[in-house]
Design a protein around this ligand. Structure first.
Ligand code: URA
Length: 263
C-alpha cells in the first residue's frame, strides 16, 4: 500500500504548516538585542612583515559607531518634528517588519491622552491607532464619559506592529519609550489613560500586573512635570473578558471626576 501521508520535509508542505500555525512573516534566525551597540568587526590578521620593514603603530582607530544612531526624540520641538524623527528612526527592528509607522491620532493640544500597547493588523494597514475591534470599543468607552475620540490624542508605547500580534519585548519597549515620553511632554495633557499592562508597566516603571495597577492614579514623571496617569484594562482584554467592563467603567468615572468632559 502506498503511503499517502504528506512528506514533512517537502517545502510546500512545510510552508502550508507554517501558515496554518499563524506564521505570517519571515524574521532573522537569531534574536538581536538592539539596545546594545554592535561589537566592532574583528581586525584583519596582518601578513607577517620583516621587523625592519615594520612601520610605526598608527594611532588607535576611533571606537566603532553603534549599530544605530539613538534617536533624539527628546530634541523634537513639535509633534510634527517628533513624527519626522520617528519616521526616520531605524533603531527598532519592528519597523522593518511593519507596513506603517503608527504615530498617533488626535489634536496636538488634547487635554486627554490615551496610550495603548502596539498597533495590530488593522492599525498597521491604516497607520492610525485603535481602528480595529478594540478601537471601536475604546471609542465607545471614551464617548460614554464625554470625550469623543476626536478630542483625545491616542497613541501606543510601541509604534510598529509586532509580528503575529505578539507582545512587544522589553527591549522594543525600551527603544520606543523616549518617543512616547516626548509625545506626552509636547501635548502636556491634563491626564493620561494607560490601557493595559504593557503601557502601564512601561510608563510607570511598575511590575505589578494591570489587575493591581488599574484604577489607582499615578504621577507620570516627564520633562513637563508630573502628569496624572490612570491605568485601566485594555479594550482588547475587555472584549475577551466582558465581566471586567464593570471595573473599567469605574476607572472611566474616576477619570471623568478628575478632568471633567471635553466640552
Ligand atoms: N491595540 C493597541 O494596543 N493599540 C492599537 O493601536 C490597537 C490595538
Amino acid at each position: 500500500m502506498t503511503d499517502t501521508r504528506p512528506d514533512p520535509l517537502d517545502p510546500a508542505t512545510l510552508l502550508r504548516w507554517y501558515v496554518a500555525m499563524g506564521v505570517d512573516l519571515a524574521v532573522e534566525e537569531e534574536p538581536v538585542d538592539r539596545t546594545v551597540a554592535a561589537p566592532p568587526p574583528p581586525a584583519p590578521v596582518p601578513a607577517a612583515v620583516p621587523a625592519a620593514a615594520r612601520a610605526p603603530m598608527p594611532p588607535p582607530a576611533p571606537a566603532a559607531a553603534p549599530a544605530f544612531a539613538p534617536a533624539d526624540f527628546a530634541g523634537a520641538a513639535t509633534l510634527d518634528e517628533l513624527r519626522e524623527r520617528l519616521e526616520a528612526y531605524e533603531g527598532c527592528a519592528l519597523k522593518r517588519l511593519a507596513t506603517r509607522t503608527v504615530f498617533g491620532d488626535g489634536p496636538a493640544d488634547a487635554r486627554l491622552m490615551v496610550i495603548g500597547e502596539a498597533p495590530g493588523a488593522d492599525e498597521d494597514r491604516s497607520g492610525v491607532p485603535f481602528v480595529g475591534r478594540a478601537g471601536k470599543l475604546l471609542d465607545k468607552m471614551l464617548a460614554s464619559i464625554g470625550w469623543p475620540r476626536e478630542t483625545v490624542f491616542i497613541t501606543n508605547v510601541v509604534p510598529w506592529r509586532p509580528p503575529g500580534n505578539r507582545n512587544p519585548t522589553p527591549e522594543e519597549v525600551t527603544l520606543c519609550k523616549p518617543f512616547v515620553l516626548r509625545a506626552i511632554e509636547l501635548i502636556a495633557p491634563d491626564a493620561v489613560l494607560l490601557l493595559g499592562g504593557s503601557a502601564a508597566g512601561a510608563l510607570l516603571d511598575r511590575h505589578e500586573g494591570i489587575t493591581r495597577l488599574r484604577g489607582r492614579w499615578q504621577e507620570l514623571p516627564t520633562g513637563a512635570g508630573g502628569i496624572p496617569a490612570l491605568p485601566t484594562f485594555h479594550p482588547a482584554f475587555l472584549l475577551r473578558n466582558p465581566p471586567s467592563k464593570a471595573l473599567a467603567w469605574r476607572d472611566l468615572l474616576s477619570l471623568k471626576a478628575r478632568i471633567g468632559s471635553a466640552s
